[in-house]
Design a protein around this ligand. Sequence first.
Ligand code: MN
Length: 228
Amino acid sequence: MNYVFPIHKIPILSVAGTENVFPVHRIYCVGQNYSKHMHEMGSNPKRDAPFFFSKPADAVIHSESKISYPTKTKNLHHEVELVVAIGEKGKKISKSEALKHVFGYTVGLDLTRRDLQQEAKKKGRPWTIAKGFDHSAPCSVLHKVDDIGFIEKGCITLKVNGEIRQRGDVSEMIWSVPEIISILSGFFELFPGDLIFTGTPSGVGPINKGDKLVGVVEKLTNLEIHIV
Ligand code: MN
């Protein structure tokens, strides 16, 4: 059997302190997981079940990349997030077993065409074009749990051109990482290579051509992106 055209390269992330790379399988994202951000998006931070959306695996792009300002939007937004990398498969994972499935963590940006997202929300349409566009999931290098332990707290910030725009603490998540893994794995079987974007703290806002973004989560390597 031959492929009718060469198969696409598997998207990868580097693993800190090694020559190894992490092959990306799927990208899942949690919506509105910090209460201050829910307020700024006009939602009520009741503890409703978390909701999920996804991005294509090849939306990942590594740190220190230049990203072209996407087409079809006049309101590109930054959302800095803690990203969990899955290392062991499982479905219907219990909360108490969830952390065994974590390979490591990185800092990610859930880039969003906010104008298209708002229109989709109004019309009850899917978010694909607002959230899942090319290069919409920049990520830094992965740090293994074996090296840094589990992340349950720690400052998360985003700077644009040196100015702090987003600031929060990972401990302020409405749904914790074990809860997210447990609930998500009730809908999808999780596999090694899956990434889970865990939601963004408040302070989201527009970015423009020429902006330099730095995403920071305590214990992890910064994510640096240049919009061109
Ligand atoms: Mn997000």
